[in-house]
Design a protein around this ligand. Structure first.
Ligand SMILES: Cc1ncc(COP(=O)(O)O)c(C=O)c1O
Length: 354
């Protein structure tokens, strides 16, 4: 019986959903939403805060400040409340209403940036605002999730070993990319592991994290409007980009089977099922990371007026309701794919095209 006295002391790390009955292909979805912050960002948040404490950066009158699209902000709000710090979250108008309300309920202040920056995103404007405040008042302590090595370190020390323990025969791991903390922590860990694991990054169309053209992105979590400073592509075997429409269809397909996941899970599952329909064989052990659950998206991804407004009336009609059988293309199978180096790709394709 786990008994805790701090909210971050509980984090379920051993729950997986096998998606075979829904998509016709085995993919083990690691659920990271079962903690009091409701997302994978709890791990990065606690490691960054405790590192800052060890370094003596946090004093009793410090004000934590961070730029976040929502989940890290909620995790930091929870930790700040528990440890007695003030916290200011700088977010933007794409942040879910529920995430904003959660932060406020936990006693944090939220500043919403409404103007797009030159790359068509909000990140530059959010970071400029954080920098300005830090320069004007030295009580502010910026953890900087985009550059903080404890962000990827959290997943190197926790997420990846949790997966390795459960799947000693792991062949391929699908990880969504935002700051790339999860991706880089897992990729670095498995590079040192006892067997080769193919690391597939899943990004959203319109993100420039791995290059490409910027475009409209409405679902928070994945994607960046700049190159992530933590990203080292030499650890990544392949990048898949998923259209938001496919993300939404995949979320709804999961929901029709009782699994209400967040937007980035829809993106990762859509990209993974597309990859598995091309390279997968039944004996391949594949895991994907599901960063959060669906409740924070009830007024967006799971609300038909929001969907129709942004993606048109047909958005959910193209998703056939019947089950997909093994070998047939999955829902959301129009993912774009880029590979990291031709030689590597050729070698790996031979390995995986069974
Ligand atoms: C829902 C969700 N999915 C994915 C991510 C991306 O994780 P990372 O920043 O480790 O790349 C985030 C990050 O905030 C998130 O909130």
């Amino acid at each position: 019986m786990p008994v805790i006295s701090a909210p971050h002391a509980f984090n379920e790390g051993q729950l997986y959903v096998d998606l075979r009955s829904i998509f016709g292909r085995s993919l083990y979805l690691k659920c990271e939403g079962f903690n009091f912050a409701g997302s994978i960002k709890l791990k990065a948040a606690i490691e960054m805060v405790e590192a800052a404490e060890r370094q003596g950066l946090l004093k009793p009158d410090s004000i934590l400040i961070e730029s976040s699209s929502g989940n890290l902000g909620v995790a930091l709000s929870m930790i700040a409340a528990s440890k007695g710090y003030r916290f200011l979250c700088v977010t933007d108008s794409r942040c879910n209403l529920s995430a904003r309300l959660l932060m406020e309920a936990l006693g944090s202040e939220v500043h919403v940036i409404a103007d797009l920056d030159a790359n068509g995103g909000f990140l530059g404007a959010r970071i400029d605002y954080v920098r300005g405040l830090c320069e004007s008042d030295d009580r502010y302590v910026w953890l900087s999730q985009y550059t903080n090595p404890n962000n990827w370190g959290a997943h190197y020390r926790r997420t990846a070993p949790e997966i390795a323990r459960q799947f000693p025969q792991l062949d391929v791991l699908f990880v969504g990319a935002g700051t790339t903390g999860t991706l880089m922590g897992c990729a670095r860990y498995f590079r040192e592991w006892h067997r080769p694991v193919r690391i597939v990054a899943v990004d959203t169309v319109g993100s420039v994290a791995f290059g490409g053209k910027p475009g409209r992105r409405m679902i928070p979590g994945l994607g960046m409007s700049m190159r992530p400073p933590l990203l080292d592509e030499s650890f990544v075997d392949e990048v898949i980009r998923v259209e938001e429409a496919d993300t939404i269809r995949t979320c709804h397909r999961l929901a029709r089977h009782g699994f209400l996941f967040g937007g980035s899970t829809g993106t990762v599952v859509s990209g993974a099922m597309d990859w598995l329909s091309r390279y997968g064989s039944n004996d391949l052990t594949a895991v994907a990371v599901a960063p959060d659950l669906g409740e924070r998206y009830l007024d967006t991804i799971y609300q038909s007026a929001w969907l129709k407004d942004l993606y048109g009336d047909q958005i959910l009609e193209e998703d056939a309701p019947e089950e997909v059988t093994a070998g047939s293309p999955s829902a959301g199978s129009r993912a774009q794919r880029t590979t990291n180096g031709h030689r590597k790709e050729y070698k790996r394709q031979k390995e995986y095209k069974k």
